[in-house]
Design a binder for this molecule. Structure first.
Ligand code: BGC
Ligand code: BGC
Length: 713
């Protein structure tokens, strides 16, 4: 480049002033930043050959091209991406900028010097790059209900992407996941279209800024159009079997808001709608998205998705481009693509008007982004990556995303001074786990070396230096007497279909750990790390407080902010929380909607329930070889052994006749034990109802009628 410049300047200075004027006048209009975007698009389009146009429409992964980057020049490749697993040797920001700039320099060697647009999945911060600020995944952001904050986070992401020179982010994911079995549940903001609309728009605003020209602004990509979150059984890339009215009501509104926000690109989805793959659907891509909704950006297909349309690649391309795909994320077979496209155009199977439309859409965004003027990374931005200011916003996102599901009086917040706190669990000190999928690698990873950040344990230690915090992943402590036990457990990272699951029960080892720690007779605070609600009925009875922390990302101190009460919890559920696998799919507005915790639920105060207010029932469980039922309340209870009570127990919907003696549980005065004559089996469905009787909390408030509640076995 430099040599080239020098040569150019030397030649230029030799020319007479007159000749120089003629040359500038002759300077191509599309290279003149003062011309309007439309003029520039039309001008360059007129100059382009078919080969150059076809090249603009392809996107290759950097791993397919890094060993022979001159193919970028040779085939006029218009776009490069780095997929989730397309790592780069030295994963630093500056090295990514080198990679970007190298690729870009080959594009600028083409006849028309049309720059590349380089895309990446920065879905919770610029997550492929070591040391970037990592935010909670969208499910957590959904729980913040804070659009301004989500916008700020996206702005930071844009700045950290810009530092690598990359100019395009495959985000926001505005899927509306309707079945938490889906492995991509956490990539969506939540189960309602309102969250996708409001927070999707906020993310686009943050990424794209007011005008794409600002050097730290990044082209957004709303994905995956459309119906990705509605597939039957939550199968990734599956079939969304819904009448069109449902697609329009649930899955389309996010795109309407995104288009309103001027989103520059939209990714077509892998999924089918009633058997038709969206990637090949003219109806959805052209009739609805472009014509009806007026989307004027470009549509990119998903990773290798065109290949999956049928058996013959050329036919697949014909179908996809004619359906409305403007850019093909190949991501590898660019020679096949190039040859097939050349003959499709020659055979007039794809009309030139379609090609011109696709290329214009892509070029328009390149001009709007100012790529022709500024094709390379701004190295000065590097020092912003992972800065304390950026991390402070991520930390705020974490604490606002936490949903307090349950709390017994006195269990939270943790005291700092002099308190002894036992910390246990696989996820307490594991940065990889708390970041989830799409972290450095596609599937995410394990351990604290994965990137720069603060684990939940580290956050707690920083927040409470005066407390004595002991950690054992397996919950083995020589001295188990403490003020609290905090257990951090959950799901291990996964991405896309790797996360599809028919078993969302909290893993057995986590359940056993919580039970073991509960035996230490300290209040047990469970922090769940997961990409979706998990089935937690087995631990309800063994935990005094439960916090859903989702996949918080690199800033674990956001969790300690809330645990120690420096901030009150504010998060509200963005997914309905089911009681059992059988209840899934469950979404707000369903008939007979009775989840464990409703969409929008969340305890937002640490205040204990006021004295002399009726105790609240929290959980129940069958114990004592089927002859005892324990009922736990949010505050200490009075001894009930001589009280006259009227409890009714049903077994498989029939009331049973049994003597019931009640007493307080030794070592746990928040729990009343019902002793039965009859032995109940774990196979039975059991409920308890309290009608009346002399049951009181120790502060003297009468227990009110409650139930029927399910008894966990
Ligand atoms: C995913 C997209 C992603 C793309 C590029 C696909 O498999 O579905 O969400 O943007 O890969 O990595
Ligand atoms: C890529 C991802 C892509 C995935 C699914 C991986 O190899 O790195 O970006 O989403 O494949 O097709």
């Amino acid at each position: 480049m430099d040599k080239f410049h020098l040569l150019f300047q030397n030649v230029f200075s030799l020319l007479t002033p007159l000749a120089a004027t003629i040359m500038t006048e002759k300077k191509e209009k599309y290279l003149n930043p003062k011309a309007s975007v439309n003029q520039r698009v039309n001008d360059v389009l007129e100059r382009m050959t078919v080969e150059e146009k076809i090249g603009q429409m392809m996107q290759v992964d950097h791993t397919a091209i890094q060993n022979n980057p001159s193919d970028i020049t040779k085939y006029f490749i218009g776009s490069v991406l780095s997929g989730g697993d397309s790592e780069y040797l030295d994963n630093s920001t500056s090295n990514w900028a080198n990679l970007h700039n190298l690729m870009q320099s080959y594009a600028l060697q083409t006849r028309l010097k049309i720059p590349l647009i380089y895309g990446i999945d920065a879905v919770h911060g610029n997550n492929n790059i070591y040391g970037a600020t990592l935010f909670p995944h969208n499910i957590g952001l959904g729980c913040t209900r804070n659009a301004k904050l989500v916008e700020k986070a996206a702005r930071i992401t844009a700045e950290e992407i810009s530092a690598t020179g990359i100019e395009w982010d495959f985000a926001p994911c505005i899927a509306v996941p309707r079945n938490i079995r889906w492995g991509r549940n956490y990539e969506g903001f939540g189960e309602t279209q309102a969250l996708a609309q409001i927070l999707g728009a906020a993310q686009i605003k943050g990424l794209q800024g007011k005008s794409l020209k600002d050097p730290t602004n990044i082209l957004a990509c709303a994905k995956h159009f459309v119906g990705d979150g509605g597939t039957t059984n939550g199968i990734d890339r599956g079939n969304t079997e819904e009448i069109e009215a449902v697609i329009r009501k649930i899955h389309l509104p996010g795109y309407i808001s995104a288009i309103h926000e001027n989103v520059g690109s939209i990714m077509a989805s892998f999924n089918s709608i009633n058997g038709e793959k969206v990637t090949g659907s003219k109806y959805w891509l052209t009739d609805v998205l472009k014509n009806e909704l007026g989307f004027d950006g470009f549509v990119v297909s998903d990773w290798g998705a065109v290949d999956l349309l049928g058996d013959d690649y050329k036919d697949d391309l014909e179908m996809a481009i004619n359906a409305g795909i403007d850019m093909v994320m190949l991501p590898f077979r660019y020679l096949d693509y190039y040859n097939a496209m050349m003959s499709l155009v020659e055979e007039k199977k794809i009309p030139m008007s379609r090609i011109d439309d696709a290329v214009s859409r892509i070029l328009r965004k390149k001009f709007e982004l100012g790529l022709f003027e500024k094709p390379f990374a701004d190295r000065a931005l590097e020092k912003e990556v992972g800065s304390p200011e950026h991390r402070a916003i991520a930390r705020q996102c974490v604490r606002e995303s936490l949903v307090l599901l349950k709390k017994k009086n006195g269990s939270l917040p943790l005291k700092k001074n002099g308190a002894r706190i036992l910390v246990a669990g696989t996820h307490a000190d594991n940065l990889g786990y708390q970041c989830g999928g799409w972290t450095l690698t596609w599937q995410g990873g394990s351990g604290n070396d994965i990137t720069v950040g603060t684990t939940i344990l580290e956050g707690m230690r920083k927040a409470a230096p005066e407390a004595q915090i002991d950690f054992s992943e397996t919950g083995d402590f020589t001295d188990t007497k403490a003020d609290y036990s905090v257990v951090v457990v959950g799901e291990k990272p996964y991405t896309e279909w790797y996360g599809d699951s028919n078993d969302l029960n909290l893993p057995d080892d986590a359940v056993e750990l919580i039970k073991k720690v509960k035996n230490y007779n300290n209040p047990v605070i469970v922090v769940l790390i997961s990409g979706r609600p998990l089935i937690i009925e087995k631990i309800l009875h063994y935990s005094d407080a439960i916090i859903a922390a989702w996949l918080p990302g690199s800033e674990g101190d956001g969790v300690s902010d809330v645990l120690f009460g420096d901030y009150s919890p504010v998060g509200l559920l963005s997914n309905s929380w089911p009681k059992s696998m059988e209840q899934i799919p469950i979404n707000i507005g369903d008939d007979n909607y009775a989840p464990l915790y409703e969409y929008g639920y969340g305890i937002t105060s640490f205040k204990d329930s006021p004295t002399r207010t009726a105790p609240n029932f929290l959980s129940s469980i069958l114990t004592g070889a089927g002859k005892k039922i324990e009922l736990t309340f949010d505050k200490p209870m009075k001894d009930t052994s001589s009280a006259k009570t009227h409890f009714v127990i049903t077994k498989n919907n029939e009331p049973i006749r049994t003597e019931i003696r009640t007493s307080l549980k030794p070592n746990d005065d928040t729990t009343i034990v019902l002793d039965l004559d009859e032995e109940l089996s774990k196979q039975d469905e059991i409920t308890v109802t309290f009608y009346f009787g002399n049951v009181e909390s120790s502060d003297g408030a009468q227990l009110e009628t409650f139930g029927p509640v399910d008894v966990v076995k």
